[in-house]
Ligand binder design. Structure first.
Ligand code: 0PR
Length: 376
């Protein structure tokens, strides 16, 4: 039965009981049973910092000068990974907000509405196009799940506002050939969605996939979104958007502190900024390289174990996502869910999908593969 807004306040002990029950029903990354999420458990120190900054709201930055300073340091540090030198930077709620802002800017800058994007693009672009009254044109993929650049080139015309590339596709972790696409985008906005790959690609050691740079040094790249709350191991929510030119709309916010607002949100919970500042300074590049290496090793391990029980990978993994052919993934996913395992699926082609995040350990992989062996 629906509960009415309570007339009188209740005793904290009574509330805690209900809160604990709800909390216990939630899945936890620490269980090692979540394979279908691109987020992960934050570092212990970062959780502590998060709770200390719980009231911060950089929608009104003059009240939170210390947090604003940490935000700038985060922007500079992450910007240095992608040679964002003089680029403008924004903290956002994540990839969705970044992709909407990128297309919004493209439309304002060009006055055009066509958006060229790979079939692998995240569904946030559908939201963006619908909100902005823009028209998506999807480009087919090659067998390795990257965009077909020859087809893409032919689709760019005088109506085109933006071209989008994905550095780490949601389903398969494929990385589009950004360097080949960039020179084709002279008169249009070229946006790179590195929400997932942004904190993997710069930390892949030489022994893993040789990938194109994800970088403003590539001429033609106009904007990049990367999400600390995915492989950056930040608590949610945090996305970082970089734009070569400071070309966004600044909306005047006269009764607040600061020089106006550029993100979609007004009020923005900002505790993840100090929490992520702590994470990146605690781990350093060396720490991220170790974490990424472990995720990659575990991804290859998942592929080899799944092969042993007869599942074929859809593509050999480039990043820490492994996908396997299957005609009826929903059936498996449903049954696994009943046993408290969270795995995900791919749509095209249909299959099972495992995101091998830092919280996934070898023993979890062994157990999930054992569970799946009965479907083969
Ligand atoms: N771009 C790419 C390439 C993505 O994979 C995602 C999200 C986004 C943009 C949008 O990012 P936000 O959701 O942060 O706005 N990909 C995951 C997905 O939709 C997000 C996710 C994360 C899903 C945690 C589930 C989950 O438990 O599958």
């Amino acid at each position: 039965m629906a509960e009415d807004f309570p007339e009188e306040g209740k005793d904290p002990d009574e509330l805690m009981e209900k809160i604990s029950k709800a909390e216990n029903r939630d899945m936890k990354f620490s269980s090692g049973r979540i394979f279908g999420s691109m987020c992960t458990e934050p570092l212990r120190i970062s959780k502590e910092i998060y709770s200390r900054f719980i009231e911060t709201n950089l929608g009104n930055p003059g009240l939170y000068r210390g947090t604003a300073e940490l935000e700038k340091e985060v922007h500079d540090a992450v910007g240095s990974l992608i040679h964002a030198d003089d680029a403008e930077s924004l903290s956002l709620g994540g990839g969705t907000e970044g992709n909407i802002i990128a297309l919004w800017r493209a439309r304002e800058k060009t006055g055009k509405r066509k958006v060229i994007l790979p079939e692998s693009a995240h569904f946030s672009f559908e939201k963006a196009c619908s909100l902005l009254d823009m028209k998506p044109e999807y480009i087919p993929l090659r067998e390795d799940q990257t965009v077909d650049v020859d087809v893409l080139e032919k689709k760019i015309d005088e109506d085109t506002a933006a071209v989008v590339s994905i550095a780490g596709t949601t389903e398969h972790g494929a990385v589009d050939p950004i360097e080949k696409i960039a020179p084709l985008t002279d008169d249009v906005h070229f946006h790179v969605d590195a929400a997932f790959g942004g904190f993997v690609i710069p930390f892949l050691r030489d022994r893993y996939a040789q990938l194109p740079d994800l970088d403003f040094q590539i001429e033609g790249v106009d904007s990049i979104i990367l999400d600390p709350h995915k492989m950056g191991i930040s608590p949610v929510p945090l996305g970082l958007f970089y734009s070569r030119e400071d070309e966004g709309l600044t909306i005047d916010s006269p009764y607040l502190t600061g020089d106006g607002q550029k993100s979609l949100r007004g009020t923005r919970a900002s505790a993840s900024i100090p929490a992520f500042w702590t994470t990146l300074n605690h781990l350093g590049k060396e720490g991220y390289r170790d974490i990424v290496s472990r995720c990659m090793e575990n991804t290859y391990y998942t592929v080899s174990k799944m092969k042993e029980i007869g599942f074929e990978p859809i593509v050999e993994p480039t990043l820490n996502i492994a996908s396997f052919e299957h005609d009826e993934p929903l059936k498996i996913i449903g049954e696994m869910e009943e046993r408290d395992w969270n795995i995900s699926r791919t749509v095209k082609p249909t299959g099972l999908r495992f995101v091998i995040m830092p919280h996934v350990r070898r023993e979890n992989i062994d157990r999930v593969v054992e569970e799946l062996s009965k479907w083969k």
